[in-house]
Design a protein. Structure first.
Length: 350
């Protein structure tokens, strides 16, 4: 039993079953508090850790958005869930080519893990950075926000269709461990569903997107959110745990495995009140439009063959549909007066 398992079992014994969202939230805090969980030696690997071109292209994307905002002398550059700080570091290195961008950027990182804050501080030691535990603490003003694999870590609720309609899944505990149990509760706008089907919602994602949308609608800017998930709300159970690059049970070793769920991009788009929504577009398509292949060729020029191969295979991993190119999607939420952001001009806007 992990320390968190003991603590949660005790809490359930005293107060009764807890929602999936409460379980997920407790697990996320304990898990990310461990620190460096990324990369080959960790539990999972993310796009910025696979290829520096990922953060660089996002940096150029931000620079163009900033120019289209009228190149404000001061603006908030916000990253939510920055992990090791690699994406922000690569982003800043690329975006500094736009004169005035770096000088105007007030960098804010939204992060709850003390251990990860330490890693981010080291990665960004050449920049002035402010940390916040919650987006609500970021000051008002024009903002460019990015988040890669942030939404998938936010808590979800799970509802199940039964003979009596919908019920909400909770987590209970006995001597054998944790198990699902059903309690009264129904989702707000459930889709058509067969008996036994599970429907996931995320009040935390809706709340986060509503908050950033209100800020952008008020003060200008755009948000770029990249994650794995589906474009249209649908039933299906997607909550999953990953440890050492292998799936494991969500009740196994809580706090020692990464617990995430697919992002419902339709729900994200619906929560973006007052903004224009672009995408979601498949990550492979979006990176292709931004010229990732060409960037890879430039980067590999004059490098040893082995390095060139690593650069190329990293880019393939990010873009090929069988790898991360199709499941991962990119959505932009922008002030209605902002020009269509890069990588979305090819799609009709919603
Ligand atoms: N963006 C990084 C890391 C993704 S992992 C990358 O692509 O490599 C998820 C990140 O979100 C971690 O930094 C984690 O500590 C942070 N996080 C998770 N839940 C959070 C919450 N509720 N508030 C703030 N940060 C959170």
């Amino acid at each position: 039993m992990t320390a968190l398992a003991t603590e949660l079992a005790e809490r359930i014994r005293q107060d009764g079953p807890i929602s999936i969202a409460d379980y997920m939230s407790a697990v996320a805090d304990a898990y990310y508090a461990r620190g460096d969980v990324f990369g080959v030696a960790g539990d999972f690997i993310t796009a910025p850790e696979i290829s520096q071109t990922f953060g660089e292209l996002i940096g150029l994307w931000c620079a163009v958005v900033w120019q289209n905002m009228g190149a404000p002398k001061s603006f908030h550059l916000v990253e939510c869930g920055p992990g090791r700080g690699t994406l922000m570091k690569d982003l800043l290195r690329a975006a500094q080519r736009a004169p005035g961008f770096l000088a105007g950027a007030q960098i804010h990182l939204v992060e709850r893990s003390q251990a990860l804050k330490g890693m981010q501080r080291a990665a960004l030691r050449n920049h002035t950075v402010t940390w916040h535990e919650d987006i609500a603490a970021v000051p008002d003003g024009p903002m460019i926000l990015v988040g890669n694999e942030f939404l998938d870590a936010l808590p979800i609720r799970q509802f199940q269709k039964t003979g009596d309609g919908w019920s909400e899944r909770h987590v209970t505990a006995d001597q054998r461990g944790f198990a699902f149990t059903l309690r009264e509760g129904a989702p707000e706008n459930p889709p058509a569903a067969n008996m036994g089907a599970v429907f996931e919602t995320s009040p935390a994602i809706v709340d986060f997107v509503s908050q950033i949308s209100a800020r952008i609608a008020r003060s200008g800017g755009a948000a770029l959110l990249i994650d794995y998930g589906h474009g249209v709300s649908a039933t299906g159970e997607t909550l999953q745990a990953v440890k050492k690059h292998k799936p494991c049970g969500i009740f196994e070793t809580p706090g020692e495995a990464d617990l995430t769920a697919h992002v419902d991009f339709q729900a994200v788009a619906q929560a973006a009140n007052g903004l224009k929504v672009y995408g979601p577009v498949a990550q492979g398509t979006w990176l292709g439009r931004l010229g990732i292949k060409l960037r890879g060729v430039q980067l590999a020029k004059g490098k040893p063959a082995e390095t060139a191969r690593t650069i190329e295979s990293g880019i393939r991993r990010l873009t090929e549909p069988e790898a991360m190119g199709a499941l991962f999607k990119v959505i932009a939420l922008a002030h209605p007066t902002l020009a269509t952001p890069d990588g979305f001009q090819q799609d009709a806007e919603r």
